[in-house]
Design a protein around this ligand. Structure first.
Ligand code: ADP
Ligand code: MG
Length: 694
């Protein structure tokens, strides 16, 4: 039954297409393909190239041929046990070749003597003769494509199902009406129309067309996402429900006095970061800012400045850390930094319960606490503030819209607090544009003065004696050492890479006279913090640990780190781990133990020996791993990219970022006629937490 043309819309369910019933529709749905539009955006993974015609006499074993030829005998059928074989002779300009199909008996009836077909298949030899094996074929006069798409398949669906449905959709849908990009933008970036792109991504006429189509669709992927992120940012900033921080001259004097009393001078980048925060907080618009600075760049004091400002402007702050160890560490650091002030701090983690907890909660509500430091526990519903103005997270995900709404609910003043996110994960600049496109970004690149880069070396098992002598020398000087292992428990044959095994070896055999401690994630946080306090008080010479020390631990007297089975860690992670040392005035030493000869792993270790710059390492990491598993991308909740390769398409990222900025500057609410089609596409592109804002 013919379907009236107008019946197919982009949001029509796939079962409106011929050949798709309820069963197939449910298989399509498993691939996330619910509408006709979804199908059009399901791109081929490859193509059969039917664009050229070959000659039989050029046939070679293994070659893919596209032959226009006439069938010159009635195809024969032969049965050998469970095998059926169909054979036909094909002729072209006086040369001939045979075609063979296995277990497709119906072909015998389909192929007609004397008819001309185009065959597409691979050449094999049968005895002395060449033969096309299981070739595809189409009647020569019916052929209507040059390349045929090959789709990633799922159980129960065939290439034919996809091709038929998509071809029909391409023919029947008015794709021209779907075009989201304004013509001026298409001209400026030399992009083909959406119609052309969708036609050619499925049925290109040449390899060049595939490229043209991919460029356009890749542009859309990045451009629409960046538009979405910018719109979210814009919406946030328009929110008037955010506290206006005002600071009077007394408060200003206190701040200046506090900065002057710090045990060090702020670096230029720290001052810049503070200036950014000040201007955000004091201008009365919502702050949603990321401070990105390598490990040890001194982000804590910048956060402390923001919270002091909030306090003296009459608001409470909350400071969140990912683990209770880190929260405790921040608590003690901040107590120190604020020691000459009247700022009142409290610590709230999951370990603080019963009376202690109730007391903190009631003080918080009464406004007798200025800054609450803690883990995720501070986001619980029962934690209510008197007057919350600023929320800071360290090493955290960005805030979701929901979290922000929740914070607004418990802020005590019906206002959404300002948000500051601190991250030590260095991300290449272009990627930051899309990963953090909804945040303002401040970079702290400069390290505090006097930092000596950590000397980093690789070593093998045979060098262990030498490594231990180096450890001895550090201990003799009263310095401390981390030994980091990838596994917690011993599993057979992996003695040395388990922290417990290493701990036993070091404490019983290598360093029996010294104080060795073992720290890992399975200990209770009470035990963990006891060990860390002992380590900070220099009562422990060697701390054997897993990656629990990865973030935030700060003991400048620890000057050496040995990383066991270093090949097991990613580059970014190794760099983070290494950031635990090199915090004092002594030159620190990092030894990467590894027996691996796997080239990529070796390359990672070498790169780490050569550089202490987190941003340079991040670029290298992206190169080595490829964007698929680039750290952070998935965890940041980005939607998937079908066309774009985040590493190779960095130029496109920059280009689309500029395009989005320009367009939104001219038409911030997308009210102009030519821009109105964009919004539904932008929404479609944002499939995660930011969505409710649009
Ligand atoms: P991170 O950015 O990794 O959070 P921290 O804030 O923990 O870094 O700072 C690392 C160390 O550097 C701390 O011991 C801190 O006291 C010190 N520090 C921070 N800023 C400066 C500075 N401007 N001059 C000297 N030392 C500083
Ligand atoms: Mg830190």
């Amino acid at each position: 039954m013919p379907i009236p043309e107008s019946a197919i819309k982009k949001y029509s369910p796939v079962n409106i297409l011929p050949g798709i019933g309820a069963k197939k529709a449910s298989l399509f749905e498993k691939l996330g393909l619910k509408t006709v539009q979804d199908l059009l955006y399901f791109f081929p993974r490859d193509y059969e190239d039917w664009s050229e015609r070959h000659a039989i006499r050029d046939a070679n074993i293994g070659q893919w041929l596209t032959l226009e030829a006439i069938v010159v005998n009635t195809p024969t059928i032969q049965r050998k046990g469970r095998l059926t074989i169909i054979r036909a002779r094909l002729e072209q300009d006086g040369s001939s070749i045979s075609a063979t199909w296995f277990n497709q008996p119906w072909i015998q009836k389909q192929i007609k003597l004397g008819k001309k077909y185009v065959f597409h298949g691979q050449v094999d030899r049968r005895g002395r003769f060449f033969s096309l094996q299981n070739p595809y074929y189409i009647e020569a006069e019916k052929i209507n494509f040059f390349f045929r798409p090959i789709y990633p398949l799922t159980q129960g669906l065939t290439q034919r199902d996809f091709r038929q449905a998509i071809q029909f959709a391409l023919r029947q849908l008015k794709i021209g009406e779907m075009e989201p990009l304004p013509p001026s933008l298409r001209r400026e970036y030399k992009l083909c129309t959406l119609e052309y792109a969708l036609q050619n991504i499925h049925y290109p006429t040449s390899r060049h067309d595939i490229k043209v189509a991919r460029t356009r669709l890749g542009f859309d992927e990045l451009f629409l996402l960046q538009m979405a992120l910018r719109l979210v940012k814009q919406k946030h900033q328009e929110q008037s429900l955010t506290p206006l921080l005002k600071i009077n001259s007394t408060g200003e004097r206190k701040l200046q006095h506090w900065v002057a009393s710090l045990p060090f001078d702020l670096t230029g980048d720290q001052q810049k970061a503070i200036a950014d925060i000040r201007s955000d907080l004091l201008r009365g618009k919502f702050m949603n800012r990321l401070i990105q600075g390598d490990v040890g760049s001194g982000k804590t004091v910048v956060a402390a400045y923001g919270m002091a400002l909030a306090t003296w402007a009459g608001y409470q702050s909350v400071f969140m850390a990912p683990t209770s160890i880190l929260a405790e560490q921040h608590y003690s650091t901040l107590r120190d930094l604020y020691k000459n002030t009247n700022i009142r701090l409290a610590l709230l983690t999951g370990d603080i319960r019963n009376n202690a907890r109730s007391e903190i909660l009631s003080n918080l509500l009464a406004g007798q606490i200025d800054i609450l430091i803690g883990t995720h526990a501070v986001l619980e519903k029962t934690v209510k503030y008197k007057n919350l103005g600023l929320c800071i997270t360290d090493e955290q995900h960005r805030f979701g819209v929901d979290q922000r709404a929740a914070l607004g609910e418990f802020s005590g003043n019906d206002l959404y607090p300002h948000l500051l996110v601190m991250s030590a994960t260095p991300i290449p600049r272009t990627l930051a544009l899309i990963i953090y496109g909804d945040l303002d970004i401040t970079l702290i690149k400069e390290k505090p003065p006097g930092r000596i880069p950590v000397a980093t070396y690789t070593a093998r098992e045979k060098d262990r004696g030498r490594v231990e002598r180096l450890m001895w020398q550090r201990i003799e000087k009263g310095q401390q050492i981390y030994v980091v292992c990838p596994l917690i428990e011993d599993s057979s044959g992996q003695e040395l890479e388990s922290a417990t095994g290493v701990f036993n070896y070091l404490s019983q055999q290598a360093f029996p006279e010294n104080k060795i401690a073992l720290l890992h994630g399975k200990l209770t946080s009470k035990v963990k913090s006891k060990i860390l306090n002992d380590f900070n008080d220099r009562n422990i010479n060697i701390l054997v640990t897993t990656t629990v020390i990865e973030v935030g631990i700060d003991n400048p007297n620890a000057t050496m780190m040995v990383i066991e089975n270093a090949e097991r860690f990613g580059l970014a992670q190794l760099h983070q781990l290494r950031g635990r040392i090199g915090r004092g005035i002594e030159e620190s030493l990092c030894v990467l133990m590894s027996e691996t000869s796997e080239p990529k792993a070796r390359r990672r270790l070498t790169v780490l020996c050569q550089s202490n710059d987190g941003f340079a390492l991040a670029e290298e990491d992206l190169k080595l791993r490829g964007p698929g598993d680039f750290f952070g991308v998935k965890q940041h909740g980005l939607p998937e990219f079908k066309i774009v390769n985040l590493y190779e398409d960095q130029d496109l990222i920059t280009q689309t970022s500029k395009a989005a900025e320009t367009l939104l500057n001219l038409d911030p609410n997308l009210e102009r006629l030519e821009n109105r089609k964009l919004l539904p596409y932008i929404k479609r592109r944002l499939t995660y937490e930011l969505e409710p804002v649009l």
